[in-house]
Design a protein around this ligand. Structure first.
Ligand SMILES: Nc1ncnc2c1ncn2[C@@H]1O[C@H](COP(=O)(O)OP(=O)(O)O)[C@@H](O)[C@H]1O
Ligand SMILES: [Mg+2]
Length: 347
């Protein structure tokens, strides 16, 4: 898709931000409205009653029977007729598929290619490694396992099916139980506390911003500490995300996060072939030595930003006004439009 060509047919004074009704859609559209852009929500019929209660910041609804329709012609034509820029969140990418996102015929905010890298567990870790970011040790076969590991299946599964193991046999048994999947990685399980950093790379302001951070609240691993140890030790931890908790970091650690963010941006330019634009997230465990070990990234807005609809302690420092990640995206789009630089932030 040629962004320039599509944009030449748009009425840019009516530019709209569009996304699908899930994940971080409310925040994205709320922010777009605050920036004076139009807003479009693709929504599944059974969710319409809910999203309709936010009509004060949603201008148009495109109602679908199933999420499969997001990539179909009728929806695409409507998006184009409404002068839309798509903001892809995790669920949007899941509905369309990372591969098909490359050809999705509506301009999207951010990078398309990074979504492909994100969907492949091995490429994902390769990108982090080549950025010089510290990552957990990886085992290329179950037979090499000599410590506590986490086995992760491919695709954006929200931690579903991941399991812990300590020996080659435990890894093999676990994989068999899951029907011997092919796309998986075996990672050292890093002990410490989790911290997930929300970053934003801005071509328009020429800077990298830390927009916030969160802790994932995962079932049942975060519930195990509510049990006396003698009961907890009987239960295998699982990692299904159910919500997010806000956090701030020791200020001295922020500098490392910022450095990691900058190296990541550079690595996308070198390996992916296009610099990441807009929001992304580095997910880490901080060890007792204060070492930040990054075990994955998201190359788009993450749902953890939903805890900061009114802005985070960090976004306040940049903006002195309430600035959600959704609004930050819209600010970038609006400024790019006003300065004739839309092609730098859209793909
Ligand atoms: N190497 C690791 N060490 C410790 N915990 C981990 C590690 N990798 C993942 N986790 C835990 O598992 C969860 C899900 O893993 P993640 O790689 O983020 O998968 P997803 O794609 O489902 O988000 C994380 O949020 C974290 O709690
Ligand atoms: Mg994750």
């Amino acid at each position: 898709m040629e962004v320039a060509k599509v944009l030449s047919e748009y009425d840019l004074s009516k530019l709209a931000v569009a996304t699908a009704g899930s994940h971080s859609a409310l925040q994205i559209l709320h922010g777009a409205k605050k920036e004076g852009l139009r807003t479009v929500l693709i929504v599944k019929k059974d969710r319409y009653e809910f999203y309709r209660t936010f009509s004060h910041f949603i201008d148009s609804f495109i109602i679908v029977e199933s999420w499969g329709e997001v990539a179909q012609r009728e929806v695409v034509e409507e998006l184009l007729a409404l002068n839309s820029v798509v903001v892809p969140h995790g669920s949007f990418v899941e509905y369309v598929g990372a591969e098909r996102m490359l050809r999705y015929p509506v301009p999207i905010f951010g990078s398309r290619k990074i979504l492909m890298w994100e969907s492949d567990q091995r490429k994902k870790m390769e990108l982090l490694r080549s950025a010089g970011i510290r990552v957990p040790k990886e085992f290329s076969s179950p037979d090499e396992v000599d410590r506590l590991v986490i086995v992760k299946l491919g695709g954006a599964k929200g931690g579903r099916g991941y399991f812990l193991a300590r020996t080659p046999e435990e890894v093999k048994r676990g994989l068999e139980r899951l029907g011997s999947p092919e796309n998986y990685i075996i990672q050292e399980y890093v002990v410490g506390v989790p911290a997930y950093y929300h970053l934003f790379n801005s071509p328009i302001y020429g800077r990298l911003e830390i927009t916030g951070m969160d802790i994932r609240y995962e079932s049942n691993v975060d519930g195990l500490r509510r049990l006396p140890p003698e009961y907890a030790k009987e239960i295998s931890p699982t990692f299904t995300v159910v919500g997010n908790i806000p956090m701030v970091l020791r200020e001295s650690l922020l500098i490392k996060v910022f450095e990691y963010g900058r190296s990541f941006v550079r690595a996308t330019e070198e390996l992916v072939g296009e610099e990441i634009v807009g929001p992304f997230c580095l997910e880490s465990i901080i060890t007792e030595e204060g070492e930040i070990v990054v075990f994955e990234f998201s190359g788009r807005i993450v749902a953890g930003t939903n805890v900061y609809v009114h802005g985070s302690p960090y976004s306040w420092l940049y903006w002195d006004e309430p600035m959600s990640a959704g609004r930050r995206i819209a600010r970038e789009i609006r400024k790019a439009r006003d300065r004739g630089r839309l092609e730098e932030v859209l793909r």
